[in-house]
Write a protein that binds this ligand. Structure first.
Ligand code: NG1
Length: 523
């Protein structure tokens, strides 16, 4: 299966970009990076790591509840050129990190072992996030995996130069692309790439992105590492990482996914306490409450279950999990879960509940509940929206299954008629719209600009339009008939106020059709 394949290593760009047909354009960027590296560090890079950003087609904010999602890698990517540096013992593992973009100032750092615990340490301040924090997050994975035992030696000193085309804070996951590319660069420079599977790289990247202050699920890292051209990737996480390419109907039904940047930067890390991480806590607390209220088995007193596990227990899932391809059992259990989700609705006016109510509902004492859920990651809220978040998660998980089914049925048709093409696009569009509505009203991860941009997209003829990624800013993704793309972009330009005056390359920077692309690799 896809996650068990090794990381591809290419010796020429045609091998990587052949499917995309534009190796030549990319060659200019890669060559410029090599020259810049030489100019700055006085020698050629030994290796270039590449990791793409991703667009999530459907399945928002359900990866950390361990439900399957459907992202695709985009062509925009992060490249990291690197080379080990000859040096003395004082340079052990030292890093000179530079970024081609001038606003990201150079950094030098070296990992150190804690005097008490002997654990590797690199300073990352999640509150004042700097670009090299993502480089450090990738480095942590390599240090802890390959240099844990002092007998394994020390990492080499290294110079790295980063460049990228994934806009930061746009919901296209530049952060995961940075962490994945950085992990790859440190693996390569330390000669530890041999035998590394894609699944293992995903695991390392997910664990270490948490160091940057966001308790993310594994969707972005999986999409960045495992994706294949022209497909979306169905990624599921329970009971283990599983990834299956899903053929999209866009080529045969002549449609495109168009990305549009709202130009509101999604401050995911800065607002994690009241947004992203709070959602993680709300879904975990809801899972624990459901287990108690529905009389389902609890594995340990201090268990912090996920909503996916609740659904499994409700459907009597075996320990080894349901077969990932058997969607009918999961679908049935999700429907059953939706029938009982009302137990999370409080009486009275407020839709949310306090810590005291959650503790009571979970059959726990307030102190223990607070320690387990509220003090676990730094979050801030008076009311926790268990009902709304849980309803979104269960319904969105069902929408992902329906989206996959529609893609699979269409892919199985040997020569689809125009009516079949229209029908599948309408169905996917309907699911995308429903997902947007739910993100906006139940999950509350949209913002006025994203609501407006998706409404304009629908008026401009999109089959469906939704925010992609964490939300609170960033990009939308719309499904649009191929022939209608130019007119669609024009309408967005005319009607969405933040695009006023944009044309040519400046407009193409914020609105563009995307082709699903290949995952992380090295050259
Ligand atoms: P973005 O903000 O687009 O990178 C984040 C999480 C995902 C997922 C989505 C919401 C990170 C690295 N990624 O995506 O795991 O939870 O939000 O679906 O934090």
């Amino acid at each position: 299966m896809a996650a068990e394949l090794p990381i591809p290593i290419y010796t020429s760009l045609d091998q990587l970009y052949s499917d995309l047909g534009d190796a030549a354009n990319h060659a200019v960027r890669w060559n410029a990076l090599v020259e810049e590296f030489e100019a700055r560090f006085g020698r050629k890079p030994a290796y270039i790591a590449r990791a793409p950003g991703r667009v999530n087609l459907i399945g928002e904010h359900i990866d950390y509840a361990l439900f399957g999602v459907l992202p695709a890698a985009v062509e925009r990517d992060i490249l990291i050129a690197c080379a080990p540096r000859a040096g003395g013992a004082d340079l052990d593992g030292g890093v000179r990190a530079q970024n081609v973009a001038a606003q990201y100032t150079p950094a030098e750092f070296a990992p150190a072992r804690g005097a008490q615990d002997g654990q590797w340490f690199l300073a990352i301040d999640p509150k004042a996030l700097r670009w090299e924090s993502y480089v450090k997050a990738g480095y942590y994975g390599v240090l802890n995996t390959f240099f844990d035992d002092p007998a394994e030696g020390v990492p080499v000193p290294i110079d790295i130069l980063v460049t990228g085309t994934v806009p930061a804070g746009s919901g296209l996951s530049s952060s995961a692309a940075m962490v994945v590319a950085s992990t790859l660069a440190f693996l390569a420079a330390n000669d530890r790439l041999a035998g590394m599977t894609k699944g293992r790289l995903v695991g390392m990247a997910v664990q270490n992105e948490i160091r940057v202050g966001v308790n993310s699920g594994g969707m972005d890292q999986a999409a960045s590492v495992i994706s294949t051209p022209a497909s979306a990737l169905h990624v599921s996480f329970y009971p283990r990482l599983h990834a299956a390419p899903t053929t999209l109907p866009t080529t045969r039904a002549r449609a495109s996914f168009v990305l549009a940047n709202s130009r509101v930067t999604s401050q995911k890390a800065a607002h994690a306490r009241t947004r992203y991480n709070l959602r993680v806590v709300e879904t975990r607390a809801a899972a624990r409450v459901l287990i108690h209220k529905l009389g389902l088995p609890l594995k340990a007193e201090d268990e912090r279950p996920t909503l996916r596990e609740v659904v499994g227990r409700l459907g009597s899932e075996p320990d080894e999990g349901w077969a990932p391809e058997d969607k009918s059992v999961l679908r049935a259990a999700l429907r059953k879960a939706l029938e009982v989700v009302d137990v999370l609705k409080p009486e009275g006016e407020h839709t949310g509940v306090t810590v005291e109510t959650m503790a009571e509902w979970a059959g726990m004492d307030v102190g223990a509940f607070r320690r387990l859920f509220v003090d676990w990651i730094d979050v801030e809220a008076t009311y926790f929206e268990l009902y709304k978040r849980t309803r979104h998660v269960f319904e969105e998980a069902l929408r992902v299954l329906a989206f996959r089914d529609a893609c699979a049925t269409f892919a199985a048709s040997p020569s689809p008629s125009p009516a079949e093409s229209e029908a599948v696009l309408k169905e996917l569009g309907r699911l995308m719209d429903a997902s947007m509505e739910s993100c906006s009203t139940l999950y509350e991860c949209s913002c006025p600009e994203l609501d407006e941009l998706t409404a304009i997209a629908r008026r401009a003829g999109a089959y469906g339009s939704r925010l992609t990624g964490a939300g609170w800013g960033g990009c939308t993704v719309s499904l649009v008939a191929e022939a209608a793309v130019p007119a669609f972009i024009e309408t967005l330009q005319r009607e969405y106020a933040p695009y006023a005056g944009l044309e040519g390359a400046a407009l193409a920077e914020v609105v563009f059709a995307t082709k699903p692309s290949a995952g992380a690799c090295g050259e």
